[in-house]
Design a protein around this ligand. Structure first.
Ligand code: NAD
Length: 490
């Protein structure tokens, strides 16, 4: 098979782990990374073993006093420099990310820019973090000093590797904490490149370590006694395990977990705007988005008309090799393709109506590869597996409502609570919905708008804690209260 002409070069030269400022070959199993569009081998990397996890944590511990004692304005300069270096290497980072994840190159470029933006946003926060004074009367003064929490662990998923790493690394490093990241075993490449750039930008050795490997390496990291906080992004099932692991060192946790997010469209909505939002919300990154709008909850009177528009748009989406920048690339792997296919097949055997898709896709010239066609099931009962479980693929379901209350019941009727959307011309209905829906973020007359300076995170089984924006800083520092007694005893 022909290799794509835009394949990134030099991947074989990338170190496998990045510990104490030095690239290291892993002492664990050798892992083969494949292009999910062709299953061609991209590169082979060796996982870290448990002793390398301990080394990385110890190195972050040694770097902690150096980095936390660095003046805030100097920390800011280093992080601003890191943002600039990411932008300077954006082309290479984006093509590596596109190839490794199967993500259309245009979306990968956007993710790389978001990574730079996170570092720049949090660089600007370094010298603006302040404590408070608390009134205690004339004889005592209390004040708080914000101290970095310590060594932080960042355990990451495969769908947005570079931007998800930056959204935790930015605030952790800004407050003076140090870190060990464990990217997904499927998508470690951009994390290693980011850590190399961090050193080049002026981070002290050991402030930003990356270890690669499977879940057991993540477990060793989350349960290491030196770790003070674990930021985890991934599935709800793994999130539960992380909470247990982090209970060993009594570490804090930020958990960004799965979703089954609703998009409600009421009868008075602008149908074209809603159709655009629904299609982007579920088919972006081939539906492999925690906040994907996987459930369209629609007023009965407009349901069929809206489904018609959504289906037409879904049929027009292009599918192809990520480096050719189609609308949809492949799913992450053959294993994940089989998982998505399993959900769809079980929905069909329940007798549900599939309005479009429902099968693998085979774009021109790519007879192999983990491609799945944009799929829509209509009028799905609330108890169906496909209405309750996160598919994490390009699969939308629709549900019909007659009132705002019914829309809310359906929207709140899963174990998840990540984001929600509502389209309506009536601000009272929109605000009723926004106030009562169980979600960490709500979009009115749009979907997934708002950007990375707005707090993000879930409720219920979608997680705890908030990332992005100023709220994202909270997890990485602790207030130390100092009470001064200055009563004149004479
Ligand atoms: P996953 O839970 O399988 O893996 C996530 C990470 O955890 C990987 O690095 C993995 O190696 C590691 N891991 C696995 N078992 C572990 C253990 N026992 N201890 C420590 N680490 C362990 O998730 P995934 O398949 O990589 O990603 C998809 C999931 O992530 C979806 O559920 C998606 O909704 C969620 N996600 C959430 C957000 C968010 O911000 N809420 C963003 C992206 C993805």
């Amino acid at each position: 098979m022909q290799t794509h002409p835009d394949y990134p070069q030099h991947l074989a030269e990338l170190p496998h782990n990045f510990i104490d400022g030095v690239g290291q070959t892993g002492a664990g199993k050798v892992r083969t990374l494949r292009d999910p569009a062709t299953y061609q081998v991209i590169v082979e990397l060796a996982d870290a073993d448990r002793s390398q996890v301990a080394q990385a944590v110890s190195s972050a511990g040694h770097a902690l006093p150096v980095w936390s004692d660095t003046a805030p304005a100097i920390r800011a300069r280093v992080l601003f420099r890191l943002a600039g270096l990411i932008e300077a290497k954006a082309g290479e980072l984006a093509s590596v990310e596109a190839l490794n994840v199967g993500k259309p190159i245009g979306q990968a470029k956007r993710d790389v820019q978001r990574a730079a933006d996170y570092f720049r946003f949090y660089a600007g926060c370094c010298d603006k973090l302040q404590g408070e004074t608390i009134p205690l009367g004339p004889d005592q003064t209390a004040l708080t000093v914000l101290e970095p929490i310590g060594v932080t662990a960042h355990i990451l998923p495969w769908n947005y590797p570079v931007s998800t790493l930056a959204r935790g690394a930015g605030p952790a490093l800004a407050v003076g904490a140090t870190m060990v990241a464990k990217p997904s075993e499927s998508t470690p490449l951009s994390a290693i490149m980011l850590a190399q750039l961090g050193l080049e930008a002026g981070l002290p050795r050991g402030a930003f370590n990356v270890i690669c490997g499977p879940g057991e390496i993540g477990e060793a990291l989350a349960s290491d006694n030196t770790v003070a906080h674990v930021t985890f992004t991934g599935s709800t099932a793994t999130g539960r395990k992380i909470m247990q692991s982090a209970s060993k060192p009594i570490a804090g946790t930020t958990l960004e977990l799965g979703g089954k997010s609703p998009v409600v469209v009421l009868a008075d909505a602008d149908l074209d705007a809603a159709a655009d939002g629904v299609v982007r919300g579920i088919f972006f990154n081939a539906g492999q988005v925690c906040a994907a709008g996987a459930r369209l909850i629609c007023a009965r009177s407009i349901h069929d008309a809206l489904v018609k528009k959504v289906v037409a748009k879904a049929e027009a989406l292009t599918i192809g090799h990520p480096l050719d920048n189609p609308d949809l690339g492949p799913l992450i792997s053959a294993q994940h393709l089989a998982r998505v296919e399993g959900f769809v097949d079980r929905a069909k055997s329940e007798g549900l109506t599939c309005a479009v898709g429902g099968h693998r896709a085979c774009p021109d010239g790519l007879t192999q590869g983990a491609f799945y066609a944009p799929t829509v099931f209509t009028n799905v009962p609330a108890h169906s597996e496909i209405a309750q479980q996160e598919v994490f693929g390009p699969v939308l379901i629709t549900q019909i409502c007659d009132t705002v209350e019914q829309a809310l019941d359906l929207a709140n009727g899963t174990a998840f609570g990540l984001v929600a959307g509502v389209y309506t011309a009536d601000i009272t209905h929109a605000m009723q919905f926004a106030r009562k829906v169980e979600a960490g973020q709500v979009f009115i007359n749009g979907f997934l708008q708002g950007g990375d300076t707005v707090p993000f995170g879930g409720v219920k089984e979608s997680g705890i804690g908030r990332e992005k924006g100023l709220a994202g800083l909270a997890a990485y520092s602790a207030a130390k209260s100092i009470i001064i007694n200055h009563r004149d005893a004479s």
